[in-house]
Design a protein around this ligand. Structure first.
Ligand SMILES: C[S@@+](CC[C@H](N)C(=O)[O-])C[C@H]1O[C@@H](n2cnc3c(N)ncnc32)[C@H](O)[C@@H]1O
Length: 246
């Protein structure tokens, strides 16, 4: 059931709702074991909610990747857009502004209430956004309700089963013909110096990320949804944007 949380406990004019239909806030094991320092610990949120820091972690590519996803989502923000998982920085704010201008609506799901509260604090009270406490692997949402969906740097954090299940769920809730935009790591070219520097760091801190160096994202898509509309490569191949037509 949707519970409307008023900003600062106040105004009844808030358009932002925070719902808890399917998550009790218990993080999946990979978040608790491998990513507590980035998303779960209260100090983590305070530390990482700095766009310059996120940009540094993405080797100066945050703005390019964010803007490319926003352009790709483009005019369809007039309809219903789903963002799967919160992200640090102003990506969601910009997406919600685009939706608001065009009369669209944005739903954001995340399994961690602390992340949803952090996102809520970044959005204006009247933003047309619903924040949904849900696990991406088991969305309590009807089939085919979204015109498009964005999955921004989530898949590399997930072990294979969770990654496949997330993609299955995203494909289920997006309308046939709708668009799914995925932005994430990919395999850097052989000459990329970071190929050799980053591999051990990722292996240590983000143990499932190197899967995306070894396999194409379509590898984890459910059968019948294999058509990549477009692909873009960024920064010597270290990052990719894959656009799928549902
Ligand atoms: C999108 S990812 C990484 C984003 C990127 N590092 C950034 O902040 O720019 C991080 C988010 O994914 C969420 N997340 C991870 N697994 C999830 C799942 N199974 N269901 C919903 N949200 C999940 C985490 O709670 C966190 O808020």
């Amino acid at each position: 059931m949707a519970e409307t949380i008023m900003p600062g406990g106040g105004s009844s004019e808030s358009a932002i709702t925070l719902s808890h239909p399917s998550s009790d806030g218990t993080p999946p094991y990979y978040l608790a074991v491998h990513y507590w320092w980035a998303y779960i610990h209260p100090r983590a949120v305070r530390l990482f909610e700095r766009q310059w820091l996120v940009n540094l972690i993405l080797c100066g590519n945050y703005h390019r990747l964010r803007d490319s996803a926003l352009v790709e989502l483009g005019d369809a923000v007039a309809g219903m857009t789903l963002q799967v998982a919160c992200v640090y920085g102003d990506l969601t704010l910009r997406l919600s502004q685009a939706a608001q201008i065009r009369g669209g609506e944005l739903d954001v799901v995340d399994v961690l209430p602390i992340q949803l509260r952090n996102l809520k604090a970044k959005l204006p009270a009247l933003a047309p956004v619903q924040l949904l406490a849900m696990d991406s692997t088991a969305l309590s949402l009807p089939d085919a309700i979204y015109d498009q969906a964005l999955v921004f740097f989530l898949l590399h954090e997930q072990p294979v089963w969770y990654r496949e299940q997330t993609l299955r769920e995203v494909c289920r809730v997006v309308k046939p013909g709708g668009k799914i935009v995925i932005v994430d790591y990919a395999s850097p070219r052989w000459w990329h110096p970071l190929r050799y520097l980053l591999a051990p760091v990722l292996a240590l801190l983000e143990p499932f990320a190197l899967d995306l160096w070894r396999n194409d994202i379509v590898h984890w898509l459910p059968s019948g949804v294999t058509l990549a509309l477009r692909r873009k490569s960024f920064f010597g191949g270290l990052y990719q944007e894959v656009v799928i037509r549902r």
